[in-house]
Design a binder for this molecule. Structure first.
Ligand SMILES: C[S@@+](CC[C@H](N)C(=O)[O-])C[C@H]1O[C@@H](n2cnc3c(N)ncnc32)[C@H](O)[C@@H]1O
Length: 279
């Protein structure tokens, strides 16, 4: 009898652990590959699960962001871990927005969904690459956004530092801070996050309640610099391999003039920096 109870307890604990590691925390403690694989698997169902409502996306995302960067209407925006392109779509659908967006994600299937939703929109580039190490110079963007994703990256603190690095002095950061789950070592409380952001040189930090699961966190990078504006990718995309030159657009892909690395463009228009080919 005692043996049976023990067996039930052990089986229950193992089932719980597997559920927690794979479903509850979306694979984050088992490595980046699993996280991305799970997003690849869910990509086609993601928007249905989330039920994004365009009007709310305008009220909750695009308009507040545009009012933070006003009077500028044409910022260069990096949407890190863009997923199915939610932020890019909200901005491009807003008539006030005259800027450009670089949208980055490591799940190709999520990017494919983004590509089909953003088909026909100009002023957006989709990049298949990780947000852990971004292929852009310091201060390359006016705005960096990252919604519901930073906790899934291998080191959220390192990712946050990377966002601050690519933001120009005076630029605006919008991230979300997950509240509800038990994810040891990956979530911050409001105080911790505000302190961390200030340590990284983000002076003005505002944290707003947003959803049951997430807070919306705004921060402004210390200092001032002229607006970057709607630059094209060729003006900002560094070679992720040699990091010595800006990539140049050639027939069929982007090429590094220094190391000859080639990032092909696929049939969805997604630039593949994840599997850079070396000539
Ligand atoms: C919950 S989704 C959020 C997507 C989108 N920002 C939104 O709000 O709908 C998390 C996204 O983070 C991406 N992601 C997770 N880790 C990443 C990493 N290290 N580099 C790039 N993207 C990553 C996943 O592929 C997924 O698309």
């Amino acid at each position: 009898m005692g043996g049976l109870v023990l067996a039930i307890l052990i089986t229950g604990s193992v089932v719980f652990l597997i559920w927690w590691l794979i479903f509850e925390t979306e694979g984050v403690y088992l490595g980046r590959r699993l996280v991305i694989w799970l997003y690849d698997v869910y990509a086609r169902r993601y928007d249905n699960i989330k039920q994004f409502e365009p009007t709310y996306e305008q009220y909750l995302l695009a308009r507040p962001l545009l009012s933070r960067v006003a009077p500028h209407r044409a910022p260069l925006v990096l949407d890190a871990a863009t997923g199915t392109g939610r932020m890019a779509l909200a901005l491009l659908d807003n008539p006030v927005f005259m800027g450009r967006i670089v949208a980055v994600d490591l799940s190709h299937k999520m990017l494919e969904q983004a590509a089909s939703k953003l088909k026909g929109y100009q002023r957006v580039d989709l990049l298949w690459c990780s947000v852990d190490e971004l292929p852009f110079d310091d201060g390359a963007f006016d705005v960096v956004t990252c919604l519901e994703a930073i906790e899934f990256t291998p080191s959220p603190e390192k990712t946050l530092r990377e966002f601050v690095r690519v933001l120009r002095p005076g630029g605006t950061l919008l991230i979300t801070n997950r509240l509800s789950k038990w994810m040891p070592g990956r979530l911050w409380d409001n105080e911790e996050l505000a302190t961390l952001l200030r340590d990284y040189g983000m002076g003005q930090v505002d944290i707003e309640l947003w959803q049951a699961d997430y807070n919306k966190v705004w921060a402004k990078k210390d200092g001032h610099s002229p607006i970057v504006g709607p630059r094209y990718l060729e003006e900002i995309l560094q070679c992720p391999s040699c990091k010595q030159a800006l990539m140049k657009k050639e027939a069929g892909g982007w090429q590094c003039p220094n190391c000859s690395g080639v990032a092909p463009i696929d049939q969805h228009g997604i630039i593949n920096l994840h599997h850079l080919k070396l000539k």
